[in-house]
Write a protein that binds this ligand. Structure first.
Ligand SMILES: NC(=O)c1ccc[n+]([C@@H]2O[C@H](COP(=O)([O-])OP(=O)(O)OC[C@H]3O[C@@H](n4cnc5c(N)ncnc54)[C@H](O)[C@@H]3O)[C@@H](O)[C@H]2O)c1
Length: 254
């Protein structure tokens, strides 16, 4: 997929990893549609005026997602790229000191991280499949955000790890199915990245995660995630897999 002049939708594009993707894609002359519950930085909307649209969107809501896809295509033409970064973090033991884990909290994490991702892929997939393919038969590329917790969830991460493991598991069946439409599907499983989501974690947790990272001994920069997303868009042989981007971190039990 050629990034220049393409139309790319980024969920969760107002913050962290999604915002880094938005900025990187705009620098590469893509047109970008941001679907997020919170507003993007005013500076992004101003600097790239005319090439970026934002609509307040809950990824779990079919009507809102359809509206933002339609708004993006009206403005920029056929949708080709999708990046799903909308997500929430939640930590809770199954059996905390008092009581038992909240079922509502578990449902909320699965709703946003898994069902919101699936909702985005199905509605964007429907839009992309309607358009003409390029010379190689490719119509578009969808990149989902999983997590290394898909493989090594820590104590307290049952809900989050289950949601991200499910995203990794969606990747191959969707890539297989959508191949007939010329659409590739790839997931990225980040290790620990310096974003508002991680900034909310206590300092001792951050330090412990850095210690568990083999090399480099630091949190990942959102730009490094964005660079991989752009590579996936451009490398037609990448399909149906989940790529770890993690400095070789292997999360311990806690
Ligand atoms: N930061 C990390 O270390 C890390 C590691 C692995 C995976 N991830 C995943 O990467 C993705 C991005 O995380 P981040 O660190 O940039 O977090 P972030 O909190 O900075 O950004 C998440 C964005 O998602 C949006 N969002 C939340 N719920 C939404 C909903 N229902 N509909 C639309 N938008 C919604 C938020 O408003 C926010 O802008 C998440 O899926 C997260 O689970 C992050």
């Amino acid at each position: 997929m050629r990034i220049e002049n393409s139309c790319v939708l980024v969920t969760g594009g107002s913050s962290g990893l999604g915002a880094a993707c938005v900025a990187n894609l705009l620098r590469q002359n893509a047109n970008v549609v941001i679907a997020d519950l919170s507003e993007p930085a005013e500076s992004v909307l101003q600097e790239f005026e005319g090439r970026v649209v934002f609509a307040k969107t809950d990824v779990c809501d079919e009507t809102e997602l359809r509206a933002v896809i339609a708004a993006g295509e009206d403005r920029f033409g056929p949708l080709q790229g999708v990046v799903t970064c909308a997500g929430v973090l939640h930590a809770e033991r199954l059996l905390p000191r008092d009581g038992v884990a909240s079922l509502d909290a578990f449902r909320r994490v699965i709703d946003v991280n898994l069902i919101g991702t699936f909702n985005t892929l199905r509605l964007c997939g429907e839009a992309i499949a309607r358009h003409d393919p390029n010379a190689e038969g490719e119509r578009g590329v969808m990149v989902m955000t999983s997590s290394v917790t898909a493989y090594e969830g820590q104590i307290g991460q049952a809900a989050y790890a289950a949601s991200k493991g499910a995203v990794a598991s969606l990747t191959l069946p969707l890539a297989r199915e959508l191949s007939q439409h010329g659409i590739r599907v790839v997931s990225i499983a980040p290790g620990v990245f310096e974003t508002p989501m991680m900034q909310a974690a206590p300092e001792r947790v951050r330090q412990s995660l850095i210690e568990q990272t083999v090399f480099p001994k630091r949190l990942g920069h959102p730009d490094e995630f964005a660079a991989l997303v752009s590579h996936v868009f451009q490398n037609t042989m990448l399909n149906g897999c989940t790529l770890r981007l993690d400095g070789s971190v292997r999360l311990a039990a806690k």
